[in-house]
Design a protein around this ligand. Structure first.
Ligand code: GBH
Length: 433
């Protein structure tokens, strides 16, 4: 069965940050520091999904999806990131999973979508190797409760963005700006992933995947310095995460770090533990030129000549086909089946529910995915980011990715035109097959 779904993440929708024993996450800390997010907005309430989850499951049932990718908040399960489970936290996800199954929707939980328990950040966060082991223990706790009902698990969401935005640029929690000094945060996430795959399987989980966000990299010209910079960007954005997971080795990083002294014997075997699927989040391609200043080995030259979303991101559906066929060309038999675990676009903070541009976006990207499938790429699912307008990290509530509009003053949900379009699209899938 091809999975058609929507995707969300805990901190972006749940709210209820101090309820039922939930611990503090790095995103609670970050959003409450001055100047970190637009207008100082936080996820304290977000979509209040922690209380309105039943209505949200009904919305998905009405939409006709057969899968839902959500994330589990580590600080709800282990408030301090270690030790025994907080029963009420696990109960919440169990209620959600059971309601989804009853509605005929396959739950696809992600164990980490950036909301690290603050207590672990206080010990160095992902710069501290020990956090990888804590993550595997947390994975085991969740799987022990839910593996009998959850057929497919995702370990991490976008370790690249968490490293780059959280530890290299500092625009996301935990707000550190170390540039290439952030590489240990990549390695320890990858190690955590590998250890969690093993822990999940030991606890009876069926299928396990990871979600990487990948971007096709376009050199700004065919001149040597631009080509070199584009290669560097491809290494640091895409291959830094895909190569160790799929091939068991890092790309050549010698130009960026003197030594990989944070890598220990055996780590890469753990990281390369075979997967049942690779999750891919696709938003847009990236155009890269030679560096113009010290620090990073590239400059983002910006993709031009395409329509853009409200966020300013270029809309390039064929980039998805290019990405998928490129992965197949690069990894060959080492590439497991692919799930598009996120794809979508934002409108800005208006009351609009007439989101024609989102319909065009989704239609074009689904067509591009199908073309890649015709070209031999094994894609098994597609999840729209996102079900609901929600807390868009540093942009607060200004960028809205939902198929469903949320009025944050009243929490009223209103399906947008794209919701109705997708519902009709999914109905046609059912009658076609
Ligand atoms: C995802 O990250 C996250 O998983 C999700 O939580 C989030 O809400 C969603 O996407 C929407 O942002 O500067 O024009 O080259 C997406 C990561 C990083 C993808 C920035 C697009 C740059 C666009 N994104 N990237 S551009």
């Amino acid at each position: 069965m091809f999975l058609w779904g929507t995707a969300t993440a805990a901190y972006q929708i749940e709210g209820a940050v101090a309820e039922d024993g939930r611990g503090v996450s790095i995103w609670d800390t970050f959003t409450h520091e001055p100047g970190r997010t637009r207008d100082g907005q936080t996820g304290d309430v977000a979509c209040d999904h922690y209380h309105r989850w039943r209505e949200d499951v009904d919305l998905m049932q009405g939409l006709g999806v057969n899968a839902y990718r959500f994330s589990i908040a580590w600080p709800r399960v282990q408030p301090l990131g270690e030790g025994p489970a907080n029963a009420k936290g696990l109960d919440f996800y169990e209620r959600l999973v059971d309601a989804l199954l009853e509605a005929g929707i396959q739950p696809v939980p992600t164990l980490f979508h950036w909301d690290l328990p603050q207590a672990l950040e206080d010990r160095g966060g992902w710069l501290n190797r020990e956090i990888s082991e804590r993550f595997a223990e947390y994975a085991a706790i969740v799987a022990t409760r839910l593996a009998d009902r959850v057929p497919l698990w995702i370990t991490l969401n976008e370790p690249f963005v968490h490293m780059a935005f959280g530890y290299a640029m500092g625009v996301h929690a935990p707000g550190q700006a170390l540039l290439t000094g952030a590489l240990p945060a990549a390695h320890h996430q990858l190690l955590a992933h590998g250890l969690a795959v093993q822990a999940l399987r030991a606890a009876g989980a069926g299928q396990v995947a990871v979600t990487n966000n990948c971007t096709p990299v376009w050199p700004a010209s065919q001149q040597e310095p631009d080509l070199r910079a584009a290669d560097a960007y491809d290494i640091l954005h895409n291959r830094l995460f895909n190569d160790p997971i799929l091939l068991g080795k890092y790309p050549d990083l010698s130009a960026y770090v003197p030594a990989l002294d944070f890598v220990q014997d055996g780590d890469l075997d753990v990281i390369a533990t075979p997967l049942d699927a690779l999750g891919i989040n696709y938003y847009n391609p990236t155009r890269i030129a030679a560096p113009t200043s010290e620090g990073l080995p590239f400059t983002d030259a910006g993709v031009t000549g395409y329509p853009t979303t409200a966020f300013g991101w270029p809309v390039v559906p064929d980039g998805l086909r290019e990405l998928l066929t490129g992965l197949k060309a690069r990894y060959g038999a080492a590439l497991p089946p692919i799930l598009i675990t996120e794809n979508g676009c934002s409108n800005d903070d208006t009351t609009t529910v007439d989101d024609e541009a989102r319909i065009v976006f989704l239609d074009g990207h689904i067509a591009a995915m199908r073309q890649a499938m015709e070209e031999g790429v094994d894609v098994r699912g597609y999840f729209v980011w996102s079900l609901l307008d929600n807390f868009e990290w540093a942009e607060g509530y200004h960028q809205r990715f939902g198929l469903v509009h949320v009025d944050f003053a009243t929490q009223r949900r209103t399906p947008k035109a794209s919701y109705r379009w997708l519902r009709e699209f999914l109905e046609r899938q059912n009658t076609d097959t």
